[in-house]
Every structure is written in C-alpha cells, then in structure tokens.
Design a protein around this ligand. Sequence first.
Ligand code: DX5
Ligand code: ZN
Length: 216
Amino acid sequence: MKHKISPSLLAANFANLADDIEMINRSEADWLHLDIMDGVFVPNISFGFPVIKAISKICKKPLDVHLMIVNPEKFIPAVKATGAKIMNVHYEACPHLHRVIQQIREAGMEPAVTINPSTPVFLLKDIIKEVYLVLIMSVNPGFGGQKFIEHSVEKVKELRMLIDETGSKALIEVDGGVNMKTAPLLLEAGADVLVAGNAIFSTPSPEETIHQMKTL
Ligand code: DX5
Ligand code: ZN
C-alpha cells in the first residue's frame, strides 16, 4: 500500500483557511489532519467544533481529527457531527480506552489511539486489534514546528512488529517534525501515514511538497 499524507491544518493561514483547503482538495493529500487542543491536556488551545464543521463543508478529503484533550469520550457525538472519518484519542487521556474505542466505532467513525513520546509501544498490546490506526507522536503534543524526536523511528519499528505479530490491521501514523529528511526514515521503519504541518505549509508550493512527500 502506498503511504498516505495527512497535512496538519495547524500550520495553515488561519486568516484565509478556504484557500488552504482548496489547495488540499487539489493536492494528492489523502486526509486532512485537524489538531484540537484544550489547554489542559496540552499547554495550548487551537480551534474547536464550529471551525471543523465549517472546514468539513468545503474539504473533499476525509478528516483525521486528533484530540489533545482530557475526557475525549464526552465529545464523540460532537466529533461525529463534524463528519470526521477518524477520531483520534490519546492513550494518556483515557483510563478506559477500550470502552472509548468501542464507542467511537459504534458512533460510525474509525477509532484511533495516539501515544506521547514517553509512552511505550508495548502498552498497546491489548488494544492493537481494536483500533483502525495508531498515531505515534514524534514531538510532545501542543505545538507545530518542533524538532523531531529521533527515537520515534524505533517506536515505529516496534509498532510494526506488534501489528505483524498480532495480526492487527492497524495503520501507523506519525505526527510532529515530519519533513523531507525524517519522512524516508519513518517510511522505511514501517509508517503508513505521515502528518506534516510546517514542512508542507511553509514551503513556496505546499501542493508540490505534498506531491514530493507522496512520491517518497
Ligand atoms: C502537534 C500536532 C501536530 C502539528 C505538527 O501537537 O499534533 O499535528 O501540527 O506540526 P509539524 O509538522 O510542524 O511538526
Ligand atoms: Zn496532530
């Protein structure tokens, strides 16, 4: 399977989102990655449901919603109402992760779990067969434009082994500091989906950069 690219809207021009979403529609991007922050789980606040709803009206690509919030289970209906394809919750924010994953699936979305840089891959052993996707954070969540944590490549390899051993069909997504240098290492290690914010939106032609990342 060819890897997927999920550009992170956090690095787009918030004063002119429609232009950036039209660019995403024209581009080879597979999904659009949306980062929701609550100022509690992470030390930053981004945007919320009214913004996602407005985006979903004009975006033709499936929405990959990454919730960096406490108690994400409270917002399953709100995420569903935006038309999102994937609802991504943090392992560290869910003491009852198995239940949350079932609820996301019952609501008609693809359930995904995200792990922070300090959370080991082996903790996913008992949930790996239940999820559509695992997102490995390769920076500490909360901000775009941070430096890639090299150890993330090892985590992708470990996760690939866990998926293969268990017969899980989960996709491996990586988020944070992904660029034209780090992307090949991640793909080589077994990543299926690359999230990139600054490495796409801060280039002269984001559409061309998406094409280049897609052809790696
Ligand atoms: C960070 C977010 C990322 C962020 C990545 O907490 O989860 O999706 O937008 O930004 P870059 O690609 O610039 O590191
Ligand atoms: Zn993200």
